[in-house]
Design a protein around this ligand. Structure first.
Ligand code: ADP
Length: 271
């Protein structure tokens, strides 16, 4: 009798879990389709407001040009937000394609250099890219997704740092380090991409929260820094898809270090 009861309970639990995962799948699919549909009209709005703001025929007064510029820049913000929601729903629905191929370490360095040197100059912050000697020259991952994660971590580092430095440090993780993640623990070599800043830091009790969707360390309406709170959630999910993980060490007022760990050679889900 007891066995039968347990069996019945576990069956109904299983059914509930299946229902839940179906609902979550529908939600993600809806979001993915919706975000896609929103982008089409938004793109024409962006193109036209950009043309208006350039005022090539000189038939708009300065105030009208300012309005057109505002429409354009607000539209760009909206597009960035829609893209983030689209990305998040794609990962959640298990529909983010991963394209694994050989990536050169030099390519990672030059990409970061090109994108963030101007930002560093503009903010008057020093920016260094360091690579340890024992880092393999190339590895296997999805380079577009890797750059997406690094871009997010570096943008955050620059956003939350007013003075001092931002460093991207590429190293091999120590063999002793255990992650509790099969793809990393079984990898011959684990690459670590550390983004270190001397910015505002994150209090210990917020360090888990910031990886949740729409969550920011400062969630008040009077907060100083803009953003959606989606970047780290997307980055964490993409890292998982690449067989890796992101961790953070931070001290309020002193700075933060976000580290992305990736296996040297990842050959797909469950590998
Ligand atoms: P967003 O930057 O759009 O708010 P993220 O998901 O990228 O979204 O980051 C979530 C929150 O984590 C940020 O709002 C901020 O509170 C905190 N955070 C992320 N990176 C840093 C950093 N380098 N220094 C301080 N706080 C950070």
């Amino acid at each position: 009798m007891k066995n039968q009861e347990v069996e019945l309970a576990s069956l109904s639990l299983q059914e509930k879990a299946e229902q839940l995962s179906l609902i979550s799948k529908y939600k993600s699919e809806f979001l993915a389709n919706m975000s896609h549909e929103l982008r089409t009209p938004l793109n024409s709005l962006l193109i036209l407001s950009k043309i208006l703001s350039e005022n090539k025929d000189s038939n708009l007064n300065p105030e009208q040009v300012k309005f057109a510029t505002t429409v354009y820049s607000a539209g760009c913000d909206l597009l960035a937000l829609i893209n983030e929601i689209l990305d998040l729903s794609k990962v959640e629905a298990g529909k983010m394609p991963i394209d694994l191929k050989k990536v050169e370490v030099a390519e990672v360095q030059s990409n970061a250099e090109q994108t963030f040197r101007p930002v560093a100059k503009h903010k008057g912050i020093s920016f260094t890219i360091e690579t340890d000697e024992n880092v393999p020259q190339s590895f296997y991952t999805d380079s577009v997704r890797l750059h997406q994660i690094l871009k997010n971590l570096l943008s955050n580092a620059f956003k939350f740092t007013e003075k001092g430095s931002v460093t991207l440090h590429l190293k091999s993780a120590s063999h002793e380090k255990k992650f509790g993640i099969e793809t990393l623990d079984q990898s011959k070599c684990v690459l670590a991409f550390s983004v270190q800043d001397t910015g505002i830091g994150i209090p210990l009790d917020k360090q888990r929260l910031v990886f949740e969707a729409f969550q920011q360390a400062d969630g008040t309406t009077s907060r100083k820094y803009g953003g959606t709170g989606l970047g780290l959630t997307i980055s964490r999910e993409i890292a998982r898809l690449l067989g890796g993980v992101i961790d953070v060490v931070s001290m309020p007022g002193e700075g933060s270090t976000f580290t992305l760990y990736l296996p040297e050679k990842y050959s797909g889900v469950g590998a």
